[in-house]
Design a protein around this ligand. Structure first.
Ligand code: ZN
Ligand code: ZN
Length: 331
């Protein structure tokens, strides 16, 4: 049996012909990175190759000393005779699927992706291949996202209600990607938008990368402000019970995440309101993405892979689970 083009190793997905890893979980000589979330872009590797569009956010995450080579979407590079290119994954700014071609065989590693449009990043591109390595974070038929226009209308309605009640509206959202998508999608006419410093720093990287976002402020830029009624505060979930957040007084707390689709998780995260906005594909999105590749082999990773593998095998594909050490960072 010949060695597959990409193998599962303790350090992650490895392409022997090109001698590189994709999103390695350990330090390696050459790491090809799908996107800047910490579970995909880990510090410590000697060299990194990533999509140019996400270079600034990746630099923000990996630090000033990381050696990052950047390749624009759609351009190819050759590594020991292996042709590699990045294609938009629609997940966050600069997120990419990695297309790897060697001796006529094409593999695509999806990384995290969503098929819905997002004003803050390039739209997911369907790529034909022989083998597709897909994520399955929400790989269960119960996961079907409502149209995002409805979710944004709900968020705006909630924010207006907070304003009418004289309360600040706190929106818990993952700092890289989700926060910027929310800021770009809400109605800035309702009130000023304040951000946690981690979010604000990434907003600046997005703006410097050419993404338009409404004006956002750090609370420290409004030192005289005593009344936070009607402001929107975008902050990471980890700050939910922090002293940083308590200075805004009695606030309405909401969270935007795919997991908010069920009441149970809303209760377990002790938020008043959950908006089911995800940066991952839902069940129909995953199946459509898989179908469009026309790949005969599907390798499934992230989350509960079993149901999706079973569904694909029952529907004419050759599917199996990829075993990795992956723990998701952003949902
Ligand atoms: Zn991600
Ligand atoms: Zn991930």
């Amino acid at each position: 049996m010949t060695t597959p083009l990409i193998q599962e190793t303790p350090s992650g997905l490895y392409c022997e012909a090109g001698d590189f890893y994709v999103d390695p979980c350990r330090s390696v000589p050459k790491a090809v990175i799908t996107h800047a979330h910490a579970d995909h872009a880990r510090p410590g590797s000697r060299k990194y190759l990533a999509a140019k569009e996400g270079r600034r956010v990746l630099r923000n995450r990996l630090g000033p000393s990381a050696q990052i080579e950047a390749l624009p979407y759609g351009e190819t590079t050759s590594i020991n005779g292996v042709t590699l290119s990045f294609h938009p994954a629609g997940h966050i700014l600069g997120s990419a699927q990695v297309r790897i071609e060697y001796q006529g065989e094409v593999w695509v590693v999806s990384g995290d992706y969503k098929t819905e449009p997002d004003a803050t990043c390039a739209a997911f591109e369907h790529i034909r291949c022989h083998t597709f390595i897909t994520e399955s974070t929400f790989g269960l038929p119960i996961y079907r996202w409502p149209p995002q226009q409805e979710i944004f209308a709900d968020i705006n309605r909630w924010w207006k209600q907070c304003r009418d009640d004289g309360k600040p509206a706190v929106l818990l959202a993952y700092s890289l990607g989700k926060a910027q998508r929310l800021i770009a999608g809400v109605d800035p006419a309702i009130g000023p938008i304040f951000c946690h410093p981690t979010v604000q720093q990434l907003n600046e990287e997005y703006r410097a990368s050419g993404v338009e976002l409404p004006k956002t402020w750090l609370p420290s830029q409004a030192p005289a402000r005593k009344d936070w009624g009607g402001v929107l505060i975008v902050t990471p979930p980890s700050t939910a019970n922090s002293t940083w957040l308590s200075k805004f007084g009695d606030a309405s707390i909401a969270m935007a995440s795919g997991w908010m689709l069920t009441r149970q998780t809303q209760r377990s995260r002790s938020v008043e309101i959950g908006f089911p906005l995800s940066d991952h594909a839902d069940w129909p999105g995953l199946l459509k993405a898989v179908d469009e590749t026309q790949a005969e082999n599907i390798l499934v990773m992230h989350g509960q892979t079993g149901p999706m593998v079973q569904w694909l095998n029952e529907n004419g594909k050759n599917a199996r689970t990829v075993v990795t050490n992956h723990v998701a960072e952003s949902l």
